[in-house]
Design a protein around this ligand. Structure first.
Ligand code: CO8
Length: 258
């Protein structure tokens, strides 16, 4: 079934997913999150895809959850439908690497969506924020947890309590984004990073994701053990033999995800 709220292009082992609700600054409604979840699951299952890039428009990555869709809902509606819980879990469970390319507004659910990706490359026009407090609510799809882990308690409290926006420079300084580039170079930078990742073994990329994400979930000793087991396990792959022989033979490795 075709998508209506996102555009998906697959080329050179990269799935480029563009949020596409321009009239609402890519506000995240149920349809968009369902379609995004489906596109990510399909990318995970597609042997041709080795990395995913998620982006929005120049003006907005996403300006949050769709306020029109939510405004009249009751607690019972939200609780019974587990509003966006399942969709959020599907996105966060994607196993292949996802690079977020953020230009313009990444607010509320938009900031939370960017943080579910594996790293964020921002244009110098990017603005991050958790302004839910202005609507009388709080973040609902990971913002209080992920932002706090990325930028620390003080700045996270500041963002959530005041609802102020953080520019790209502050976001890089605080560890929320990995790189900032001029707006006109954003997609080249993100696609370049994805192309680098796509050259690697998907087995190793997935292992990196699992191990780095464990750092947020477990005490250090458990995380170190988990990393070591994955490291050992990769010695059962052909890609490890290929990667190490290629280094010794002074040639480029050709990974086959086996
Ligand atoms: N929901 C619905 N429509 C939106 C949203 C939104 N979050 N943001 C913008 N729009 C719409 C506007 O209503 C407007 O539509 P229309 O032309 O029909 O009136 C259009 O997009 C353009 O917006 P503006 O005219 O407001 O554009 P400006 O350039 O003046 O302002 C801003 C841009 C500053 C981004 C402004 O639109 C704004 O403040 N938007 C709301 C930001 C916000 O509060 N986000 C948080 C939403 S709550 C949330 O995300 C909760 C997350 C928890 C669950 C998450 C699940 C994914």
């Amino acid at each position: 079934m075709a998508f209506e709220t996102i555009i998906v292009e697959i080329e050179d082992h990269i799935a480029l997913i563009k949020l596409n609700r321009p009239d609402a600054l890519n506000a995240l409604n149920s349809q968009l999150l369902r379609e995004l979840g489906r596109a990510l699951s399909e990318a995970d299952a597609n042997d041709k895809v080795r990395c995913i890039v998620l982006t929005g428009s120049e003006k907005a990555f996403a300006a949050g959850a769709d306020i029109k869709e939510m405004s009249e809902k009751s607690f019972v509606d939200m609780f019974l439908s587990d509003f966006f819980g399942r969709e959020g879990d599907t996105i966060a469970r994607t196993r292949k690497p996802i690079v977020a390319a953020v230009s313009g507004y990444a607010l509320g659910g938009g900031c939370e969506l960017a943080m579910m990706c594996d790293f964020i490359i921002a244009s110098d026009t990017a603005k991050f924020g958790q302004p839910e407090i202005n609507l009388g609510v709080i973040a609902g799809i990971g913002g209080t947890q992920r932002l706090t882990k990325f930028v620390g308690k003080s700045k996270s409290m500041d963002m959530h309590l005041t609802g102020r926006f953080m520019d790209a420079e502050e976001a890089e300084r605080s560890g929320l984004v990995s790189r900032v580039v001029p707006a006109r170079k954003l997609m080249d930078e993100a696609m370049g990073a994805a192309a680098k990742i796509a050259e690697k073994s998907v087995l190793a990329s997935m292992a990196v994701k699992e191990a780095v994400n464990r750092a947020y979930e477990t005490p250090l000793s458990e995380g170190l053990l988990f990393e070591r087991r994955l490291f050992h396990a990769l010695f059962s792959t052909e890609d490890q033999k290929e990667g190490m022989s290629a280094f010794l033979d002074k040639r480029e490795a050709q990974f086959r995800d086996k």
